[in-house]
Design a protein around this ligand. Structure first.
Ligand code: ASP
Ligand code: CP
Length: 311
């Protein structure tokens, strides 16, 4: 098997065959999911714990569904009603879960690096479900699968990522994955929302949508991550929409067959217009959610095998 890691903490550092393996396996799960077949023997006897210190709809639900479809015992730990509220630390929480012999630990946290820390302390395989502004690896994998299925390849495509790139872990993971797989990545946003190290990441930087979207095959809109902003970095939502919100007028600068993506949750009328988000011909937003389940099944399957309990 070409995936060599015990955990999935980040896309940065993964090699093309490792990414290719996860995407190919996810592809087979898409077909199984569509025919309604479950694979309950794959994770039978294994325990998966979802540990989410930040809100989530898609990621938590799809990990739960993925685990159950593969036969795992799935526990969703509700952090808001847990002993974290009584002052228990992240590491003590991890030690407690470790003592319960959890096999797969899915973690979302507002601190970048929290899943890496946990991975050093627990026996389980740890999956990063989004940490601070750092990475959201399964989101990038599901985005890549969605693109590959529609465009037939990743190599050579121009992918424009628009909006709050600075605070977006989705953007970071996508940049690492897409550049590793040979896409050309552009980031578009106001200077206050573009990371200063963007050129080092191998992307082209644009500050206006017309130029940045010209010739793009894929246009990805991002939510303003207000929960991670120290101060007001955008004058107002209305102003932001006028210059950077993805509407039909701006989308017209991209290729005529350009497709639209958004990781969700969307703020309609801020980073994306409803007419674009709901355009059945061009929007891949629902398909991204479907691919999320298949990608998470592929990740759980792969890590369980790496863990050695499943061979
Ligand atoms: N759901 C994604 C994340 O958790 C994107 C977002 O929240 O805007 O990073
Ligand atoms: N895209 C994404 O991670 O969505 P949730 O925050 O709802 O999990």
């Amino acid at each position: 098997m070409s995936y060599r890691q015990k955990h999935l903490l980040a896309i940065e550092g993964l090699h093309p065959p490792e990414i290719g393996h996860l995407l190919d396996l996810a592809e087979s799960y898409v077909l199984l999911n569509r025919t309604g077949k479950t694979q309950r023997d794959v994770l039978r006897g294994q325990t998966l714990i979802n540990l989410f210190f930040e809100d989530s709809t898609r990621t938590r639900t799809s990990f739960e569904l993925a685990g159950k479809r593969l036969g795992a015992d799935v526990i969703n730990m509700s952090v808001s009603t847990s002993s974290v509220n009584k002052g228990e630390t992240l590491l003590d929480t991890a030690a407690t879960l470790n003592a319960m012999h959890c096999d797969l630990l899915v973690v979302r946290h507002d601190q970048s690096g929290a899943p890496n820390l946990l991975a050093q302390k627990v026996d389980a395989a740890v999956i990063n479900a989004g940490d601070g502004t750092h990475e959201h690896p399964t989101q990038a994998l599901l985005d890549a699968l969605t693109i590959r299925r529609r465009k037939g390849r990743l190599e050579g495509l121009i992918v424009a990522i628009c909006g709050d790139v600075l605070h977006s872990r989705v953007a970071r993971s996508n940049i690492h994955l897409l550049t590793t797989m040979g896409s050309r990545v552009r980031v578009i946003g106001p200077p206050t929302l573009i990371p200063t190290d963007a050129p080092r990441l191998g992307v082209e930087v644009f500050h206006d949508m017309d130029a940045g979207l010209a010739g793009a095959d894929i246009v990805m809109a991002l939510r303003l991550q207000r929960e991670r902003m120290q101060r007001g970095l955008v004058p107002s939502a209305r102003e932001f929409f006028r210059f950077f919100g993805l509407d039909a007028e701006k989308l017209a600068f991209a290729k005529p067959d350009a497709l639209v993506m958004h990781p969700g949750p969307m703020n309609r009328g801020v980073e994306i217009d409803s007419a674009v988000a709901d355009d059945a011909q061009r929007s891949l937003i629902r398909e991204q959610v479907e691919m999320g389940v298949a990608v998470r099944m592929a990740v759980l399957d792969t890590l369980a095998r790496r863990h050695g309990r499943n061979d």
